[in-house]
Design a protein around this ligand. Structure first.
Ligand SMILES: *Cc1c(COP(=O)(O)O)cnc(C)c1O
Length: 221
């Protein structure tokens, strides 16, 4: 009998199968392992297995965990997947390699300033509020064109669009909608899909899936 699969191998296998069905190249889908609320001891095994893209949702937690992990494991790419306060923009620019939560004009201004100051140009996904849930963050769909224009004017590197569809209802229409918005605006990246729905997101064009629970188990608190 084969050795039991690790959670990472199982998720990678599911990604491969979804790509096969969608006739997509698995190399075009980046698995972002969302390690928020998990300690370094839970992250190390994935690093040892070769996983390099990780996501965190709080700047301070990431500042506490990642400098040491990064030193021990070269090549880590860190993604900010949670809401970002403007006063943390500089810290975020210094630490993260991708930001998935650009969602308002004030943050465009703060990030442009932070990129100037840190000398880093961090690619950003514009988060879109596809389900009319302002509490989750995300730019209202009607304001997306002007926000993209502001970001382009401020020389923010745009990686694509991101969404966090409403919980407990079929996500496919929201993924399809984000895919269409990205196409309409000439953006390549689609950050969509989590533990419960990433195969569907891949079928509908996800380039970055953000998976926590399926890799790390339940989060406490
Ligand atoms: C926590 C989180 C995830 C991962 O969710 P799981 O259901 O644990 O896979 C993905 N995206 C964002 C924005 C998150 O905050």
């Amino acid at each position: 009998m084969e050795k039991a699969d690790t959670p990472l191998r199982s998720v990678l296998h599911t990604i491969q199968q979804a790509c096969k069905r969608a006739r997509r190249d698995p190399g075009d889908v980046t698995l972002v392992a969302v390690s928020k609320k998990h300690p370094a001891s839970a992250i190390e095994p994935l690093l040892l297995e070769g996983q390099r893209h990780f996501g965190e949702n709080r700047v301070q937690e990431a500042q506490e965990k990642w400098p040491a992990l990064r030193e021990a494991h070269p090549g880590v790419q860190l993604h900010l997947v949670g809401q970002l306060q403007s006063n943390k923009a500089e810290d975020a620019a210094a630490l993260f390699d991708f930001i998935h939560s650009l969602d308002r004009t004030s943050l465009v201004t703060a990030l442009a300033k932070a990129f100037d100051k840190t000398g880093r140009q961090v690619p950003c996904f514009v988060q879109v509020d596809v389900g009319d849930e302002p509490q989750k963050g995300g730019c209202p769909v009607s304001e997306l064109p002007s926000l993209l224009e502001q970001a382009r004017d401020a020389d923010i590197p745009l990686a694509g669009l991101m969404c966090l569809p409403p919980a407990d209802i079929e996500p496919a229409p929201f993924f399809a909608f984000l895919d269409k918005l990205a196409r309409d605006h000439g953006l390549e990246g689609r950050s969509m899909g989590m533990s419960g729905d990433y195969p569907t997101a891949i079928m509908l064009g996800a380039t970055h899936i953000r998976v926590g629970t399926a890799l790390f188990g339940q989060r406490s608190g």
